[in-house]
Design a binder for this molecule. Structure first.
Ligand code: X2X
Length: 338
Protein backbone atom coordinates (compact mmCIF):
# COMPACT_ATOMS: atom_id res chain seq x y z
CA UNK A 1 0.00 0.00 0.00
CA UNK A 2 1.82 3.07 -1.31
CA UNK A 3 -0.05 5.55 0.85
CA UNK A 4 0.80 3.68 4.05
CA UNK A 5 4.39 3.52 2.88
CA UNK A 6 4.37 7.29 2.40
CA UNK A 7 2.96 7.83 5.88
CA UNK A 8 5.73 5.72 7.34
CA UNK A 9 8.32 7.65 5.36
CA UNK A 10 6.89 10.95 6.56
CA UNK A 11 7.01 9.73 10.15
CA UNK A 12 10.62 8.68 9.72
CA UNK A 13 11.47 12.03 8.16
CA UNK A 14 9.80 13.76 11.10
CA UNK A 15 11.86 11.78 13.59
CA UNK A 16 15.01 12.54 11.61
CA UNK A 17 14.22 16.27 11.53
CA UNK A 18 13.48 16.25 15.24
CA UNK A 19 16.77 14.56 16.12
CA UNK A 20 18.63 16.91 13.83
CA UNK A 21 17.14 19.97 15.55
CA UNK A 22 18.07 18.47 18.93
CA UNK A 23 21.61 17.95 17.70
CA UNK A 24 21.84 21.52 16.48
CA UNK A 25 20.55 23.07 19.66
CA UNK A 26 22.85 21.02 21.84
CA UNK A 27 25.99 21.33 19.71
CA UNK A 28 25.81 25.07 19.17
CA UNK A 29 25.73 26.63 22.63
CA UNK A 30 24.05 29.71 21.20
CA UNK A 31 22.59 31.76 23.98
CA UNK A 32 20.26 34.74 23.82
CA UNK A 33 19.97 37.31 26.59
CA UNK A 34 17.04 39.67 26.95
CA UNK A 35 17.88 43.37 27.22
CA UNK A 36 15.29 45.83 28.50
CA UNK A 37 15.15 49.51 27.51
CA UNK A 38 12.54 52.22 28.07
CA UNK A 39 13.02 53.95 24.73
CA UNK A 40 13.15 52.33 21.29
CA UNK A 41 15.84 52.67 18.67
CA UNK A 42 14.16 55.82 17.37
CA UNK A 43 16.09 57.38 20.29
CA UNK A 44 19.82 57.33 21.10
CA UNK A 45 18.99 55.24 24.19
CA UNK A 46 17.48 52.41 22.14
CA UNK A 47 20.27 52.74 19.60
CA UNK A 48 22.79 52.21 22.42
CA UNK A 49 21.22 48.84 23.20
CA UNK A 50 21.04 47.87 19.52
CA UNK A 51 24.70 48.79 19.09
CA UNK A 52 25.59 46.62 22.06
CA UNK A 53 23.64 43.72 20.53
CA UNK A 54 25.27 44.23 17.16
CA UNK A 55 28.81 44.19 18.59
CA UNK A 56 28.15 41.14 20.76
CA UNK A 57 26.63 39.11 17.90
CA UNK A 58 29.46 40.05 15.57
CA UNK A 59 32.25 39.24 18.00
CA UNK A 60 30.77 36.00 19.29
CA UNK A 61 29.88 34.75 15.80
CA UNK A 62 26.28 34.69 16.98
CA UNK A 63 27.09 32.29 19.81
CA UNK A 64 25.95 34.95 22.27
CA UNK A 65 23.18 37.28 21.21
CA UNK A 66 21.22 40.06 22.84
CA UNK A 67 17.56 40.66 22.05
CA UNK A 68 16.42 44.17 22.86
CA UNK A 69 12.90 44.64 24.26
CA UNK A 70 12.11 48.38 24.13
CA UNK A 71 9.24 50.42 25.61
CA UNK A 72 9.57 48.81 29.06
CA UNK A 73 7.57 45.89 27.66
CA UNK A 74 9.25 43.32 29.93
CA UNK A 75 7.88 45.20 32.96
CA UNK A 76 4.48 46.02 31.46
CA UNK A 77 5.41 49.65 30.97
CA UNK A 78 6.45 50.23 34.58
CA UNK A 79 10.00 51.47 34.12
CA UNK A 80 10.60 51.84 37.87
CA UNK A 81 10.37 48.03 38.14
CA UNK A 82 13.10 47.37 35.58
CA UNK A 83 15.90 47.07 38.14
CA UNK A 84 13.94 44.65 40.35
CA UNK A 85 13.05 42.55 37.31
CA UNK A 86 16.70 42.39 36.30
CA UNK A 87 17.80 41.59 39.83
CA UNK A 88 15.32 38.72 40.10
CA UNK A 89 16.33 37.33 36.71
CA UNK A 90 13.05 38.05 34.93
CA UNK A 91 15.19 40.21 32.66
CA UNK A 92 18.78 39.16 31.83
CA UNK A 93 20.16 42.63 31.11
CA UNK A 94 19.22 46.25 30.55
CA UNK A 95 20.41 49.59 29.36
CA UNK A 96 18.65 51.62 32.01
CA UNK A 97 18.30 55.11 33.41
CA UNK A 98 19.65 56.05 36.82
CA UNK A 99 16.27 57.72 37.43
CA UNK A 100 14.31 54.53 36.86
CA UNK A 101 16.62 52.42 39.03
CA UNK A 102 16.89 54.96 41.85
CA UNK A 103 13.88 53.59 43.79
CA UNK A 104 15.93 50.40 44.37
CA UNK A 105 19.44 51.91 44.36
CA UNK A 106 19.28 55.13 46.43
CA UNK A 107 22.88 56.04 45.51
CA UNK A 108 21.69 56.66 41.94
CA UNK A 109 19.83 59.73 43.20
CA UNK A 110 23.25 61.37 43.11
CA UNK A 111 22.61 62.25 39.46
CA UNK A 112 19.15 63.64 40.22
CA UNK A 113 20.30 66.13 42.87
CA UNK A 114 19.09 69.38 41.30
CA UNK A 115 21.78 71.66 39.84
CA UNK A 116 24.58 69.47 41.22
CA UNK A 117 26.44 68.71 37.98
CA UNK A 118 26.64 71.91 36.01
CA UNK A 119 28.01 70.69 32.69
CA UNK A 120 29.20 67.69 30.70
CA UNK A 121 32.71 67.91 32.15
CA UNK A 122 31.20 67.52 35.60
CA UNK A 123 29.17 64.51 34.47
CA UNK A 124 32.23 62.85 32.92
CA UNK A 125 34.32 63.57 36.00
CA UNK A 126 31.75 61.81 38.18
CA UNK A 127 30.97 58.80 35.98
CA UNK A 128 34.66 58.33 35.18
CA UNK A 129 35.90 59.05 38.70
CA UNK A 130 35.87 57.65 42.22
CA UNK A 131 32.17 58.49 42.63
CA UNK A 132 31.30 56.51 39.48
CA UNK A 133 33.12 53.47 40.91
CA UNK A 134 31.17 53.80 44.14
CA UNK A 135 27.91 53.99 42.21
CA UNK A 136 28.83 50.83 40.30
CA UNK A 137 29.63 49.07 43.61
CA UNK A 138 26.23 50.15 44.94
CA UNK A 139 24.54 48.55 41.91
CA UNK A 140 26.65 45.41 42.23
CA UNK A 141 25.84 45.03 45.91
CA UNK A 142 22.21 44.69 44.85
CA UNK A 143 22.67 41.72 42.56
CA UNK A 144 23.24 43.41 39.23
CA UNK A 145 26.56 43.73 37.40
CA UNK A 146 27.11 47.19 35.87
CA UNK A 147 29.31 47.23 32.77
CA UNK A 148 29.37 50.69 31.21
CA UNK A 149 27.83 54.16 31.09
CA UNK A 150 25.64 55.67 28.40
CA UNK A 151 23.69 58.91 28.43
CA UNK A 152 20.08 60.00 28.13
CA UNK A 153 21.22 63.59 28.62
CA UNK A 154 20.68 66.81 30.53
CA UNK A 155 16.98 67.11 31.31
CA UNK A 156 15.19 70.29 30.24
CA UNK A 157 11.83 71.58 31.39
CA UNK A 158 8.87 72.03 29.05
CA UNK A 159 5.33 73.21 29.64
CA UNK A 160 2.19 74.36 27.85
CA UNK A 161 1.54 77.56 29.82
CA UNK A 162 4.34 80.04 29.30
CA UNK A 163 8.07 80.78 29.48
CA UNK A 164 9.79 79.74 32.71
CA UNK A 165 12.88 81.66 33.83
CA UNK A 166 12.36 81.84 37.58
CA UNK A 167 11.00 79.45 40.22
CA UNK A 168 7.83 81.54 40.59
CA UNK A 169 6.88 80.63 37.02
CA UNK A 170 6.39 77.02 38.12
CA UNK A 171 3.82 77.99 40.70
CA UNK A 172 0.92 75.55 40.60
CA UNK A 173 2.02 73.86 37.35
CA UNK A 174 1.29 70.14 37.17
CA UNK A 175 4.56 68.48 36.15
CA UNK A 176 4.95 64.84 35.17
CA UNK A 177 7.93 63.16 36.88
CA UNK A 178 9.20 59.59 37.28
CA UNK A 179 11.63 57.77 39.56
CA UNK A 180 12.28 58.22 43.24
CA UNK A 181 10.46 60.67 45.55
CA UNK A 182 13.40 63.04 45.06
CA UNK A 183 11.59 64.39 42.01
CA UNK A 184 8.46 65.08 44.03
CA UNK A 185 10.65 67.06 46.44
CA UNK A 186 12.42 69.06 43.73
CA UNK A 187 9.26 70.17 41.98
CA UNK A 188 7.42 70.78 45.23
CA UNK A 189 10.32 73.00 46.35
CA UNK A 190 9.84 74.96 43.12
CA UNK A 191 6.15 75.49 43.89
CA UNK A 192 4.92 73.06 41.23
CA UNK A 193 2.53 70.18 41.59
CA UNK A 194 4.50 67.03 40.56
CA UNK A 195 2.74 63.85 39.42
CA UNK A 196 4.55 60.53 39.18
CA UNK A 197 3.83 58.55 36.02
CA UNK A 198 5.56 56.23 33.57
CA UNK A 199 6.75 57.34 30.16
CA UNK A 200 3.96 55.33 28.57
CA UNK A 201 1.41 57.50 30.37
CA UNK A 202 3.23 60.81 29.96
CA UNK A 203 2.33 61.69 26.38
CA UNK A 204 -1.39 60.96 26.83
CA UNK A 205 -1.39 63.06 30.02
CA UNK A 206 0.26 65.94 28.15
CA UNK A 207 -2.20 65.54 25.29
CA UNK A 208 -5.29 65.79 27.47
CA UNK A 209 -3.77 68.55 29.60
CA UNK A 210 -3.92 66.35 32.70
CA UNK A 211 -0.42 67.71 33.27
CA UNK A 212 1.04 71.04 32.16
CA UNK A 213 4.65 70.06 31.80
CA UNK A 214 7.41 67.46 31.83
CA UNK A 215 11.19 67.23 31.84
CA UNK A 216 13.34 65.20 29.46
CA UNK A 217 16.52 65.55 27.40
CA UNK A 218 16.39 67.32 24.02
CA UNK A 219 16.66 64.00 22.16
CA UNK A 220 13.51 62.71 23.83
CA UNK A 221 11.61 65.98 23.32
CA UNK A 222 12.66 66.00 19.67
CA UNK A 223 12.09 62.36 18.69
CA UNK A 224 8.83 61.97 20.65
CA UNK A 225 7.62 65.30 19.17
CA UNK A 226 6.60 66.61 22.56
CA UNK A 227 5.85 69.97 20.91
CA UNK A 228 2.92 68.28 19.16
CA UNK A 229 1.16 67.71 22.47
CA UNK A 230 1.06 71.39 23.36
CA UNK A 231 4.46 71.77 24.99
CA UNK A 232 5.25 75.15 23.43
CA UNK A 233 7.76 76.37 26.04
CA UNK A 234 11.12 74.85 26.80
CA UNK A 235 13.58 76.04 29.44
CA UNK A 236 17.23 74.99 29.10
CA UNK A 237 18.18 74.71 32.74
CA UNK A 238 20.41 71.58 32.79
CA UNK A 239 19.04 70.78 36.23
CA UNK A 240 20.27 67.20 36.11
CA UNK A 241 21.92 64.72 33.78
CA UNK A 242 20.49 61.26 33.30
CA UNK A 243 23.25 58.73 32.64
CA UNK A 244 22.36 55.27 31.38
CA UNK A 245 23.91 52.08 32.72
CA UNK A 246 24.53 48.86 30.77
CA UNK A 247 24.07 45.99 33.21
CA UNK A 248 23.52 42.24 33.54
CA UNK A 249 21.83 40.08 36.17
CA UNK A 250 24.40 38.58 38.56
CA UNK A 251 23.48 34.90 38.03
CA UNK A 252 23.51 35.32 34.26
CA UNK A 253 26.92 36.96 34.58
CA UNK A 254 28.23 34.10 36.75
CA UNK A 255 27.05 31.56 34.18
CA UNK A 256 29.10 33.11 31.37
CA UNK A 257 32.65 32.15 30.50
CA UNK A 258 35.47 34.58 31.22
CA UNK A 259 35.73 35.20 27.48
CA UNK A 260 32.02 35.99 27.15
CA UNK A 261 32.16 38.40 30.08
CA UNK A 262 35.05 40.31 28.55
CA UNK A 263 33.24 40.41 25.23
CA UNK A 264 30.02 41.69 26.82
CA UNK A 265 31.81 44.32 28.90
CA UNK A 266 33.97 45.63 26.07
CA UNK A 267 31.01 45.77 23.70
CA UNK A 268 28.99 47.69 26.33
CA UNK A 269 31.85 50.15 26.86
CA UNK A 270 32.14 50.75 23.13
CA UNK A 271 28.39 51.05 22.56
CA UNK A 272 28.15 53.43 25.54
CA UNK A 273 31.00 55.68 24.38
CA UNK A 274 29.53 55.69 20.87
CA UNK A 275 26.06 56.64 22.12
CA UNK A 276 27.32 59.34 24.51
CA UNK A 277 29.30 61.02 21.71
CA UNK A 278 26.37 60.80 19.30
CA UNK A 279 23.84 62.16 21.82
CA UNK A 280 26.05 65.15 22.55
CA UNK A 281 26.88 65.82 18.91
CA UNK A 282 23.21 65.82 17.96
CA UNK A 283 22.06 68.30 20.62
CA UNK A 284 22.63 71.51 18.61
CA UNK A 285 20.67 70.20 15.60
CA UNK A 286 17.93 68.92 17.86
CA UNK A 287 17.61 72.32 19.51
CA UNK A 288 17.51 74.02 16.12
CA UNK A 289 14.78 71.61 14.95
CA UNK A 290 12.73 72.21 18.11
CA UNK A 291 13.00 75.98 17.65
CA UNK A 292 12.10 75.66 13.97
CA UNK A 293 8.88 73.93 15.01
CA UNK A 294 7.90 77.06 16.91
CA UNK A 295 8.80 76.13 20.47
CA UNK A 296 9.81 79.13 22.61
CA UNK A 297 13.18 78.27 24.11
CA UNK A 298 14.29 80.05 27.28
CA UNK A 299 17.89 80.12 28.48
CA UNK A 300 18.85 81.20 31.99
CA UNK A 301 21.44 83.82 32.81
CA UNK A 302 23.68 83.32 35.84
CA UNK A 303 21.36 85.13 38.29
CA UNK A 304 18.31 83.22 37.09
CA UNK A 305 20.19 79.93 37.38
CA UNK A 306 21.24 80.83 40.94
CA UNK A 307 17.61 81.48 41.90
CA UNK A 308 16.80 77.87 40.94
CA UNK A 309 19.84 76.59 42.83
CA UNK A 310 18.72 78.37 45.97
CA UNK A 311 15.09 77.31 45.64
CA UNK A 312 16.12 73.64 45.57
CA UNK A 313 18.72 73.73 48.37
CA UNK A 314 16.27 71.94 50.70
CA UNK A 315 16.31 68.94 48.35
CA UNK A 316 20.06 68.59 48.92
CA UNK A 317 19.62 68.88 52.68
CA UNK A 318 17.02 66.13 52.59
CA UNK A 319 18.65 63.79 50.07
CA UNK A 320 22.41 63.93 50.63
CA UNK A 321 22.10 61.69 53.72
CA UNK A 322 19.92 59.22 51.77
CA UNK A 323 22.41 59.10 48.90
CA UNK A 324 25.34 58.92 51.32
CA UNK A 325 27.40 61.97 52.14
CA UNK A 326 30.65 60.12 51.36
CA UNK A 327 29.44 59.47 47.82
CA UNK A 328 28.32 63.07 47.38
CA UNK A 329 31.70 64.28 48.66
CA UNK A 330 33.51 61.89 46.31
CA UNK A 331 31.49 63.34 43.42
CA UNK A 332 32.36 66.90 44.48
CA UNK A 333 36.03 65.96 44.59
CA UNK A 334 35.79 64.32 41.15
CA UNK A 335 34.22 67.50 39.74
CA UNK A 336 36.95 69.65 41.26
CA UNK A 337 39.59 67.41 39.74
CA UNK A 338 40.93 66.30 43.12
O1 X2X B 1 10.41 58.48 31.42
C1 X2X B 1 11.27 59.31 31.09
O2 X2X B 1 11.14 60.52 31.28
C2 X2X B 1 12.54 58.81 30.46
C3 X2X B 1 12.19 58.16 29.14
O3 X2X B 1 13.42 59.87 30.23
C4 X2X B 1 13.13 57.83 31.42
O4 X2X B 1 12.99 56.65 31.28
C5 X2X B 1 13.84 58.36 32.60
Amino acid sequence: NPSRHLTRLAALAGIAAFSLSLAISSSAQARELSVSTVLSDAFPWGQAAEKWAELVAERSDDELTLRVYPNSQLVNGDQTREFSAMRSGLIDAAVGSTINWSPQVPELNLFSLPFFMADLDAVDAVTGGAAGKRVFSAIESRGVVPLAWGENGFRQLSNSRGPIDEPGDLDGLKIRVVGSPLFQDTFTALGANPTQMSWADAKPALTTGAVDGQENPLSVFDVARIDQVGQAYLTLWNYMNDPLVFAVNQRVWDSLSEEERTLLREAAEEAGAWEIAMTREQEPERLAAIKARGVTVTELDEAQYQAFVEATQSVHDEWVPKIGSELVEAARADMQGE
